[in-house]
Write a protein that binds this ligand. Structure first.
Ligand code: SF4
Ligand code: SF4
Length: 698
């Protein structure tokens, strides 16, 4: 947790104060030490054998076709370097630098025109201490884990540059045509100390990746090779200016890995969620009823059908992620039952080990619940075949979409879909590896990513205790990062202790706040009370309006404005943490917190954090978006205008395509029936009274 806000720190400077280190020209030594590779033998139950198939997918995306025309980006190398560094930091690089290339930098034939390189370090994952749950699975796998992440970054960044019309190739250990260590030295990311490569700030090991390109960049100077590796002063220690503080690693070490970074153990738990879930009344729905699937099939009209495939990948950055996201789907696993592996099973220990594995791989929150049959879709959408519930447990993970970038954005501008795609890509990678690991242990397991899922994530997030139902509707809100996340799930038969739902007062808070509804560009979030929808008590959003807006809006790609605007979307500082505690522990403070949020301008765009270029890929070429860019500020008072006349529709199972419908059939959305259904919805109070009556009648 930071003491100082990073609100004025440009994103391209990264999380550590790299800019404070002295720099000097360097005569490169004849021999440069290699990245250390510890000779740790893999334990029998090691995660390591799960990596190769993911390496294959990522390595295949390190090179590819270049778009036929170049994007209209600044000619100045400094601006380009800052932009490219920001892209790497957004993908969780620890340190990033730039250098020019010379003939000696290549370990294979030089690529024509590649005269520049962006170089990055990816830090090792935090490991479980010896004897802690998960240690046996994780130990000895960190180099592969981190090389895989470096390969992911190299593939995405090079893919983005190619989509912008510039020749580029990614390089990482095992698939590199350059001397990565030499580039890291030239780009000012490492020093040679006692014959070893050492990186400033990073308390764990690291791996190097790079992108070589014809895209002209302004190089950094190497680090001065004398003096202390990091500044030894109070600014560094306390993280003045919003950098990571010097106590980061000590603080981490205070918590066992399986407990994660956020103190979820301080949040109240209960056997049932804070909102009604009437399991026996929930009708399972086909995947074809999901509104993105409905858009794809043409149920929402021709424009939505046309734009559906394109909208998440309209920006070159997200387009760079596409081959990885799609390439991982075949690795997710299947439904087949495995014979009992006959291993001694301790569900409590298994749960802790699985959580440790999730945090090691980069999840921000991990929870576990039963994969109850009503959480599964009833039919697939391609062949319309029934899906029977198949695994007993669901491991649910949240991936933070990134506070700083969310601050620079309007929520529905040109970075919006890339924020989502980064989280989806990372989630698929983490859950896919974990499911593969469980299968190696002998337990049937399947990952459910955004690209392909057979379970509905929201009920699983709720039951696994990672959040409460919020006014946003189909978004479960977490007490530490608010709605700013994407989820991923994997289901498995590995026996595990399950978590309980949480209660942090959100029903009362959202009952008094309507900021997400006020700021939703298409008026899709209710200002009214919760209703019953297919067995759930929920503030039901109008997914028809929301999906149409996300898919077809032309001044950005997709939308997550409701997430950005929420007062629970807070920075990771001590101050923000205290505010969260106050809103949980003192209900009377909630109206003040809600007012303060607007009074302090929270939710406005912070231009110090606006680091991306506005680009739209049209017919395979990145251009200046013809319709412009959404740059909304706060819409104070808009609620008073919208609320009295708001009309929302919802679509219970009877108004969705029936089970067995495929994407080849068009089932137009019946909006009039949806509006009527919303008006006639049962209230949660009526449902509770009905239940009480039924209990009395028994
Ligand atoms: Fe509204 Fe955008 Fe949120 Fe959809 S994603 S509910 S359109 S703010
Ligand atoms: Fe709830 Fe307000 Fe956040 Fe909307 S913006 S989810 S009403 S706290």
């Amino acid at each position: 947790m930071r003491l100082y806000s990073s609100k004025d720190r440009p994103f391209h400077l990264g999380p550590w104060p790299l800019e404070r280190l002295p720099r000097a020209a360097l005569a490169l030594p004849a021999s440069i030490p290699s990245q250390p590779r510890a000779a740790v033998p893999h334990a029998k139950a090691s995660l390591a054998p799960c990596f190769p198939e993911y390496f294959s997918v990522f390595r295949a995306a390190l090179d590819g076709k270049v778009a036929p025309a170049q994007a209209p980006v600044p000619a100045e190398g400094g601006e380009r370097s800052a932009n490219l560094k920001s892209h790497a930091y957004f993908l969780d690089a620890a340190l990033v630098g730039v250098c020019d290339l010379d003939a000696h930098d290549w370990s294979a034939a030089p690529l024509a025109g590649h005269r520049h390189a962006a170089v990055f370090l990816v830090e090792f994952g935090r490991e479980a201490a010896p004897g802690e749950p998960g240690a046996g699975w994780i130990g000895g796998s960190n180099e592969e884990r981190t090389d895989l992440r470096a390969t992911e970054l190299a593939a995405v960044l090079s893919g983005m540059l190619r989509a912008m019309g510039f020749a580029a190739r990614g390089h990482a250990a095992g698939a590199s045509a350059v001397q990565l260590e030499r580039l890291a030295l030239k780009a000012g990311l490492v020093r040679i100390i006692d014959g070893e490569l050492r990186a400033p700030f990073l308390g764990r090991g690291f791996r190097v990746g790079a992108v070589t390109t014809e895209y002209a960049l302004a190089p950094d100077l190497p680090l001065a090779q004398q003096g202390p590796l990091v500044p030894d002063d109070a600014d560094m220690y306390f993280g003045v200016g919003g950098t990571l503080p010097g106590w980061t690693y000590e603080r981490e070490a205070e918590r066992p890995l399986h407990m994660g970074r956020y103190p979820m153990e301080t949040i109240k738990r209960a056997a049932e969620p804070t909102t009604l879930v009437l399991r026996e009344e929930i009708q399972r729905v086909p995947k074809r009823g999901d509104f993105f699937k409905r858009a794809e099939a043409g149920d929402l009209g021709e424009k939505a059908r046309r734009e559906r495939k394109r909208f998440p990948f309209k920006h070159p950055y997200a387009l760079g992620m596409q081959p990885l996201i799609q390439g991982m789907v075949p690795l997710q696993g299947g439904r087949e039952k495995f014979p009992d592996p006959g291993l001694a099973a301790d569900p409590a220990h298994n749960a802790m080990a699985i959580k440790a594995l999730g945090y090691y791989l980069g999840a921000d929150f991990v929870g576990i619940c039963r994969a109850e049959p009503w959480m599964y879709y009833s039919h697939d959408e391609v062949e319309g075949k029934p899906i029977e519930a198949y695994h007993e447990y669901a491991v649910v993970m949240l991936i933070d979409q990134g506070y700083e970038t969310m601050e620079g954005a309007s929520g529905d501008d040109w970075i919006s879909a890339s924020q989502s795609m980064r989280a989806y890509m990372r989630g698929a990678e983490i859950a896919g590896l974990m499911a593969a690991h469980c299968r190696r242990l002998g337990y049937s397991s399947r990952a459910h990513s955004n690209a392909h899922s057979e379970v509905i994530h929201n009920p699983a997030i709720l039951m696994a205790g990672l959040g409460e139902v919020s006014r946003i509707g189909d978004t479960i809100l977490n007490p530490f990062i608010g709605p700013r996340s994407k989820s991923v799930v994997f289901t498995t038969d590995l026996p595990m202790a399950i978590d309980q739902p949480i209660d942090f007062g959100l029903q009362d808070f959202c009952g008094q706040c309507n900021k997400c509804a006020r700021e939703c560009p298409c008026n899709a979030i209710t200002f009214g009370p919760k209703v019953m929808f297919n067995g759930y008590e929920i503030w039901k959003a109008d997914v028809d309006k929301c999906t149409k807006y996300r898919v077809t809006q032309s001044r950005g790609s997709a939308c997550g404005r409701c997430m950005k605007m929420c007062p629970w979307n807070r920075e990771d500082t001590l101050e923000a943490h205290e505010l969260a505690l106050l809103s949980i522990q003192m209900p009377t403070a909630r109206p003040w917190i809600i007012r303060q949020d607007d009074l302090t301008g929270a939710g406005s765009r912070n231009l110090a954090k606006r680091w991306w270029f506005d680009l739209e890929v049209i017919d395979g070429v990145a251009v200046v978006p013809p319709a412009g860019t959404n740059e909304h500020g706060l819409n104070l008072g808009r609620d008073a205008r919208l609320a009295p006349t708001q009309k929302l529709a919802f679509f219970p199972p009877a108004l969705q395509p029936r089970g067995g419908t495929t994407l080849a059939e068009v089932v137009p959305v019946d909006r009039a029936a949806g509006l009527k259904a919303y008006q006639e919805a049962e209230t949660p109070e009526a449902a509770r009274a009905r239940l009480a009556e039924a209990v009395r009648g028994n």
